[in-house]
Design a protein around this ligand. Structure first.
Ligand SMILES: [Zn+2]
Length: 276
């Protein structure tokens, strides 16, 4: 898809299945199950969608999925990891080799966002700068009991050892047309990305609006450490996106990636899928 002078494309690391209570937080199952079917273990399918950005000067990817290659069979079963699709093959289908990637933009370091960066401790995107907020790196490397389970150090420690890690603080211009937005909320160091060319804007939704079902302000994940902050940021982003006709990218929907939002005429927003 074209965004001004840039190409923006969807890549995938397949699907993972997470507990429905984790994905929908305090929303009761009788409500969320109107939209999403849970399996017999109460898990729901979560897309592991990565955004590929090609600018005249660089190729960037936002988030790298779960990297199922590194997962032992028992753990793979917990998340019912779909090993028929992986990020590297998905990128190849788009004509991109791992060595072509200049920038790996990481929203945060949770297990389903950073898993494709290292395989057996070796960097996959060996020429890329890997961009992380300093606060996120601190929190991921100083585990607190509340947040410890969401991080797997072997998924990211090697980035530092191989000199590929670049820590930033707050909103930062990463490359021409790509800006990091320090959003907090989901984790203290959570960031997302705004892509812009010739006045056209694409906002990476990441954990802010995981899927179209999460468009309602109170549909927050149990994994959100500061849920009220997520809700406020979400409302603001959706309203700005409607006013300025932004393109959005869903990271966690099993099918939908690119969409726009419209006023639903009832004080909320509705999702309008964009054809690829
Ligand atoms: Zn997360």
């Amino acid at each position: 898809m074209k965004l001004g002078q840039l190409d923006v494309l969807a890549a995938s690391d397949g699907l993972a299945w997470f507990d429905g209570g984790g994905i929908f937080g305090v929303v009761p199952k009788p409500l969320w199950s109107r939209y999403v079917q849970a399996d017999e273990k109460n898990r729901v399918a979560v897309g592991l969608n990565s955004l590929l950005i090609r600018t005249p000067s660089c190729t960037a990817i936002v988030d790298t999925g779960m990297g199922w290659e590194d997962w032992p069979p028992k753990k793979r079963k917990i998340y019912n990891l779909d090993n028929t699709v992986n990020l590297i093959d998905s990128l190849k289908k788009l004509g991109i080799e791992p060595g072509d990637i200049d920038l790996v933009l990481l929203t945060h370091l949770h297990i389903d966002h950073v898993g494709g960066c290292l395989i057996d401790g070796k960097p996959v995107f060996s020429k890329a700068r890997h961009i992380v907020q300093k606060q996120e790196w601190h929190d991921a490397t100083h585990p607190h009991p509340v947040r410890k389970g969401a991080y797997l150090p072997h998924q990211f420690m090697g980035l530092k050892e191989h000199g590929l890690l670049e820590l930033i603080e707050g909103d930062t211009e990463i490359a021409s047309g790509i800006r990091a937005v320090a959003a907090g909320g989901h984790t203290r160091g959570y960031q997302t990305f705004m892509v812009e060319s010739e006045g056209k804007k694409l906002f990476f939704l990441g954990e802010t609006v995981g899927s179209p079902v999460h468009i309602k302000p109170h549909y927050l994940m149990a994994y959100d450490l500061y849920p009220v902050d997520v809700a406020e940021f979400k409302v603001d982003i959706i309203q700005r996106g409607i006013r300025e006709n932004w393109l959005f990218f869903f990271e966690h929907d099993p099918q939908l990636t690119f969409a726009r939002f419209e006023d639903d005429g009832d004080g909320g927003a509705k999702v309008v899928p964009c054809a690829l």
